[in-house]
Design a protein around this ligand. Structure first.
Ligand code: NAP
Ligand code: ZN
Length: 357
């Protein structure tokens, strides 16, 4: 099947309209008419070849929601018409210890939704800035939010799970004081989720203009991280910090905010490393530095169900596919509240979802 997509032919080229092919659904495949796709900062890193190994043409997009349009003969869990999502993973080995524990995100053979290895043309996976996608049913998620919220559900498929998973792993909940650093796509979800889990949330931002908005997202306090007095007032006060910043920066001021035995987990993935942290900031208070990669499929479903129950969705700004290059520039300036979402109607079809006129 030939479909329309938006992608780049090289790292120094803007994204443009292109045609790509999708495989005919195999026995265990689900074909999805994409209604909306969120725009992650990882899309920008990858398409501009800021991380090693981008294959071209590169069609990004791993925050995909839409409606099942066809199923393979052995698919039992989905039927045409179902509202579904696809996140960052479309395949894995399915038998290693990580896959058996539902942690496909840590499988050595995990296949990303774009730029992953596949026998399908052109030899690497192509993501959700497109009209349709065909995915093995194991990697398809069920959406229980009302259909009217579908566009705002899309960012949960990456920004949601990437923040939910470490918050759960480090057992954030009532009685915890949690810092969220960087109020972008991931950070705004981190604030909403930590708040919904019952924690006391302190948001850290470089943008004074986000102060009020961070409180509205669920933060109990907001700190402008460039202000040393504000930072000093929070010294040794936090149990856990989730750092979502997309650029290299000095981590030491944030370590100073952790209590004894506190952990800072990095989810932001800048193209160049952070300066090495001061060792004494870690050893004097037995603090930990950790990382976390998206989340496995069962936990992604758990996160979607948690969000449906708690009424959590992303704050989004809808764009047409042909506005993506401008959207990337705005994302680099922190000028988005808080996630761009591409309306697939701009690619010439509606993804089978009702839209307001
Ligand atoms: P985003 O929407 O661009 O948000 C990043 C935020 O970081 C900005 O809004 C800004 O917040 C802060 N920031 C950006 N540049 C900064 C700078 N130079 N100095 C200080 N703060 C800066 O990006 P995103 O989509 O949330 O993604 C964030 C990062 O996570 C990216 O590197 C992405 O690749 C990575 N990521 C990782 C995973 C994973 O599995 N670990 C998954 C998805 C994404 P303030 O204005 O509030 O300071
Ligand atoms: Zn992402």
């Amino acid at each position: 099947m030939t479909i329309k997509a938006f992608g780049a032919r090289a790292g120094d080229q803007p994204l443009e309209s292109m045609e790509i092919t999708r495989r005919t659904p195999g026995a265990h495949d689900v074909q999805i008419a994409i209604a909306y796709c969120g725009v992650c900062h990882s899309d920008l890193h990858q398409v501009r070849s800021e991380w090693a190994g981008t294959h071209y043409p590169c069609v990004p997009g791993h925050e995909i929601v839409g409606r099942v349009s066809a199923i393979g003969s052995h698919v039992s869990g989905f039927k045409p018409g179902d509202l579904v999502g696809v996140g960052c993973i479309v395949d894995s080995c399915q038998h290693c210890a990580d896959c058996e524990e539902g942690l496909e995100n840590y499988c050595d053979h995990m296949v990303g939704t774009y730029n992953g290895s596949t026998p399908d043309a052109p030899g690497h996976t192509l993501g959700g800035y497109s009209q349709q996608i065909v995915v093995h049913e194991r990697y398809v998620l069920r959406i229980h939010h009302p259909e009217a919220q579908l566009a705002a559900v899309a960012p949960l498929l990456c920004a949601g799970i990437t923040t939910y998973s470490p918050l759960r792993h480090w057992k954030v909940g009532p009685g915890h004081r949690v810092g969220v650093v960087g109020i972008g796509g991931l950070g705004h979800m981190g604030i909403k989720l930590a708040h919904a889990m019952g924690a006391h949330v302190v948001a850290f931002t470089t943008s004074d203009s986000k102060r009020e908005a961070a409180l509205a997202l669920g933060a109990n306090e907001v700190v402008v991280s460039r202000n040393t007095d504000e930072m000093a007032a929070h010294a040794k006060s936090l149990d856990f910090i989730l750092n979502t910043v997309a650029a290299p920066h000095n981590l030491d001021p944030f370590f100073n905010l952790l209590k004894r035995d506190g952990t800072m987990t990095l989810v932001g993935a800048p193209a160049t490393p952070h300066p090495a942290p001061g060792v004494f900031n870690l050893i004097l208070k037995r603090r930990s530095l950790a990382g976390s990669l998206i989340g496995g499929i069962p936990e992604t479903q758990e996160m979607l169900d948690f969000c449906a129950q708690h009424g959590v969705v992303a704050d989004i700004e809808m764009i047409r596919a042909d506005e993506i290059n401008t959207a990337y520039e705005r994302m680099l300036k922190g000028d988005v509240k808080y996630r761009f979402v591409i309306d697939s109607a701009s690619l010439g079809h509606d993804g089978g979802v009702e839209r307001e006129v």
